[in-house]
Write a protein of this length. Structure first.
Length: 260
């Protein structure tokens, strides 16, 4: 059987971590490991983990880190599982079947290197479910149809392509996706995770677009498709943040077009 390691990074957000742990602990199939990488400036998370009963598969490291990518890497280097997923504190599995579905997919295809699925996200003031199969030809669109909370990746890909780039403060997941884009992958056409609304890329949307362009060009060169795509995204984001935009997006979701 494939051994799945869940890696959760956190920083001064105990209540969010508790929610994430609950979604892991209520899985029909428990993970092989759940590593918590705590870079908090206080002891609340460490105290909670130490003084409350935890399942045997849960481990933790409490020490300061150098950012998100560094925290990810600390989890990867300690993981003994074959398959890794980054489920940040505040993020949750969509329901109790996620790990079971993922295990089945890797069991059925020994050559599969990574997979992803749909996810639930707060957009335009309402919760929607989005996500489409990854296509390398559309990589210029950034993480538009992929989120790292649903990316289950064989650990051997990190042996081949390296860890997350600690120089990237927002787009470290996109940087890694660009490196593994040619590896065999598949899409699970079901919701797999709930994306916390206060994520780094969500709160720094325009900066994340700038980073995505720089990262893409580093690996694949200049792309006019990317330039025009990001112009579209910037305009849509400005509209979406307005009352009119939220009204129009509400109509779009009622028509079932939120994933279009």
């Amino acid at each position: 059987m494939n051994k799945i390691t869940v890696i959760t990074i956190c920083y001064n957000n105990l209540e969010d971590l508790i929610s994430t742990c609950k979604s892991v602990d209520t899985q029909q199939s428990h993970p092989f490991e759940h590593w918590i990488i705590d870079g908090s400036s206080d002891k609340k998370i460490e105290t909670f983990l130490t003084h409350n009963s935890q399942p045997s598969y849960r481990y933790w490291l409490c020490e300061r880190d150098k950012g998100i990518a560094d925290a990810f890497n600390k989890g990867i280097l300690r993981a003994k599982g074959d398959i890794l997923v980054m489920l940040n504190s505040g993020d949750c599995f969509f329901d109790d079947t996620t790990i079971h579905l993922v295990s089945g997919a890797f069991f059925n295809d020994a050559n599969l290197m990574w997979l992803h699925g749909k996810y639930k996200i707060l957009r335009g003031g309402q919760w929607v479910i989005i996500g489409k199969p990854f296509m390398k030809s559309k990589l210029y669109r950034g993480m538009r149809s992929v989120c790292h909370q649903t990316m289950f990746v064989k650990k051997t890909l990190h042996d081949k392509y390296g860890l997350y780039n600690v120089e990237e403060k927002i787009g470290m997941d996109y940087d890694f996706l660009c490196r593994i884009a040619s590896e065999k992958n598949t899409f699970i056409n079901q919701p797999m995770a709930v994306f916390a609304p206060e994520g780094t890329s969500s709160n720094n949307y325009f900066a994340s677009l700038k980073d995505a362009r720089r990262i893409y060009e580093k690996y694949y060169g200049k792309s006019y498709k990317l330039i025009f795509w990001q112009m579209r995204l910037r305009a849509l984001r400005i509209i979406l943040d307005s009352p009119v935009g939220k009204f129009l997006y509400n109509i779009k979701t009622k028509l079932g077009l939120e994933n279009a």
